[in-house]
Design a protein around this ligand. Structure first.
Ligand code: NAP
Ligand code: GLV
Length: 309
């Protein structure tokens, strides 16, 4: 079998050698715009250039080297009948749970306020919040959101979860579907968005959503930047309806130097690092999926084009 690999940046050769070592029975090659087509059976890629699928026309399946598939689904050259498989956890869920717990605890315990006070040598104790009064809402309860919700439960927070279909998770109050969103938000002092970007979720965190939350709530976005309407979040921050935000993903990445999020006093920006792709775990998972597909066995993580994730 022939496998073509694409990964942006200077790591392409290292990723290709690592996948070749995991699939000794295959011919594994790095994508190059200058090389002749490989006639690949399989493509493993993250955000590949459209030319790749324009030139490779024998591809049987695509293995997305990320959890999010919106970029792959947007490729006009990728034939819709070709199945796409995505990464499932592959070492990212634990990182995501770490990031979300840090964001929530930092806010809940006022560590950001104390850091500001310390910079001014100011000794002032704030009234502590009570966990029982601080429910955290997790949007999306898949590989990422499920891990986040379980970790927040273990930390003792009341946790609410919202997904497309209802998920019974121990210790998590379940909400589902469009009708469940407003009641879910109404009881969440903080939210953590782990949703994929789809036609239904684009712009879901807008003025209406922020208004549905209790005044002075906290917003964490680790899903995709376009879940949030930036101008609505800035407006909610300025009115105090949203008191703070920790954002890891943005509509344009890198976040443009003149974007107001960079210097907003109540916004913390991180550069899309809440859960980075772990090369060895990802390629081991992809190698196993390729082998199973090639043997005609069931493969998990198939993307549903109609749902968009
Ligand atoms: P997943 O396992 O497919 O889970 C997606 C979750 O979102 C599911 O619970 C799904 O509901 C829910 N959902 C989707 N559309 C919805 C809608 N319209 N209304 C309500 N709920 C909806 O995906 P994952 O592996 O957890 O990854 C989720 C996203 O995280 C990725 O797509 C990516 O954008 C992002 N991500 C970011 C980073 C980072 O570093 N920032 C790293 C990894 C992933 P059902 O359970 O009912 O299907
Ligand atoms: C990272 O953002 C991913 O989707 O895996």
């Amino acid at each position: 079998m022939r496998v073509l690999l694409y990964f942006p940046g200077s790591a392409l050769q290292r990723w290709t050698s690592a996948l070749a070592a995991l699939l000794p029975e295959a011919e594994v090659r790095a994508w190059s715009a200058d090389a002749a087509p490989l006639d690949a059976d399989y493509v493993a890629a993250f955000r590949p250039p459209p030319e790749l699928f324009a030139r490779e026309n024998r591809v049987r399946a695509v293995f997305n080297l990320a959890a999010g598939v919106e970029a792959m689904l947007a490729l006009p050259t990728l034939e819709p009948s070709i199945p796409i498989y995505r990464l499932e956890d592959a070492g990212m869920a634990e990182q995501m749970a770490d990031y979300a717990s840090y964001a929530v605890l930092r806010w809940y315990r006022d560590f950001d306020v104390y850091a500001g006070q310390a910079a001014r040598s100011e000794w002032k104790q704030l009234k502590p919040r009570r966990k029982a009064d601080f429910a955290v809402g997790v949007l999306g309860l898949g590989e990422m959101g499920g891990a986040v919700a379980r970790r927040l439960v273990a930390l003792g927070f009341p946790v609410r979860g919202w997904s497309r279909t209802r998920h019974p998770l121990k210790g998590v109050s379940a909400f589902a579907g469009p009708d469940g969103l407003a009641p879910f938000l109404a009881g969440s002092s903080a939210i953590v968005a782990t949703l994929p970007l789809t036609a239904e979720t684009r712009g879901i965190l807008d003025r209406r959503a922020f208004a549905a939350m209790p005044a002075g709530s906290f917003v964490v976005n680790v899903g995709r930047g376009d879940l949030v309407v930036d101008t609505d979040l800035l407006e909610a921050l300025d009115s105090g309806q949203v008191a703070g935000a920790m954002l890891d993903v943005f509509a344009t990445e890198p976040l443009p130097a003149d974007h107001p999020f960079w210097h907003h006093p109540r916004v913390t920006v991180t550069p899309h690092v809440s859960a980075v792709t772990v090369r060895d775990a990802s390629l081991a998972q992809v190698a196993e999926k390729i082998r199973r597909f090639d043997r005609g066995e069931p493969v998990t993580g198939r993307v549903d084009r109609d749902r968009g994730y």
